[in-house]
Design a protein around this ligand. Sequence first.
Ligand code: SAH
Length: 390
Amino acid sequence: MKRTVRIFNTKTQSIQRKHPWIFSGAIKSTAKGIEEGDIVSVENEEGEFLAKGFYNDGSISVRILTFENAAIDNAFFRNRIGNAVDLREQLNLFRTDNNICRLVHGEGDQLPGLIVDYYAGVAVIQCHTYGMYRLLDKIVDALKFVLKDRLIAIYSKSSDTLPSQFEPIDQYLFGEVTVPHIALENGISYAIDWVNGQKTGFFIDQRENRKLLGEFARSKKVLNTFCYSGGFSLAALKNNAALVHSLDSSKKAIALTDQNIALNKFEKGQKSIVADAMQFIKDLPEDYDVVVLDPPAFAKSRTKRHQAVQGYKRLNAATIKQLKPGSILFTFSCSQVVDKQLFTNTIIAAAFEADRNVRILAQLHQPGDHPINASHPEGEYLKGLVLRID
Ligand code: SAH
């Protein structure tokens, strides 16, 4: 059976611009028998080859792997993953004081639907499409081939990201280590647990922003809300912050933070608080100098965008209102549908609502190991601002 999908000639433009998604509205016909996860060739109305990718039932019908008529085999994955690892080497992320990074970032590494995070020798794979999940053996082969002795184990974790109908199994596919596993980010140790933690166990995308926060935190009183495993708190404590309060609504998250604080012997000056951030902010127990707001994504789809914007505005206005003059606020959004400009406008509106003078000192974003494919601007999701509240 030839697995082909034909698209309308009027819809080939996005492929010419190398955008990696084909929406269902572009599809003219689908060969009989094609199922979710199959690798299909995409053709125009005349049957000329345009691209190859995974077929999905849903609004994104094809996720493109290549615009060349190449086999999707072991060599293909060795090449793509080799290229991804080269980039992380260029970014100098494999060091004696840093062995945590994102190795593969989906479309940003021309591997749609695939995330691979690296924690001191352990690669944790997360598949977002069934097509990618079916090719796990090729991904494992490529990781072993490319990483060689930098690899001690591979864990596959797709039960959170794939529908249960595909019966994803979370398991080691090579080697095995006990969790938590200790890994380093910019000289700070973290106990990472991909088996029980959120996502692959750690939010790698805030690495550079944590480092910047550390610069602002020397001898200062810091409040880190939505702290999860404590990344911003540890960066502040490493730089001798006078006091750090770490807050999360999840007891499990606070336990992770406490574990990481103990691991680095940073207990002095640190306190963990289980509370709702919005409630806590209304009545601050300290006059903090530096505050972090890093909430989970408020919008997972375009239809929720307006609601999300209102949520960011409320949270930021309430915080800005409470902060003393001269304080610094690190505020973030990881909602992909709220873009940089919309987020900035929302924060400006929040400052207005709080009736405070606010200056933007820095614009923050996702780091280089979460690259944005220039043909796929949708890959940009993390943005933040460093504000001075006067
Ligand atoms: N800043 C973290 C990542 C944040 S993830 C880091 O650097 O690793 C978002 C966190 O927000 C999760 O841990 C979640 O438990 C927490 N959270 C969600 N809703 C919350 C609320 N209303 N109040 C406080 N924490 C909340």
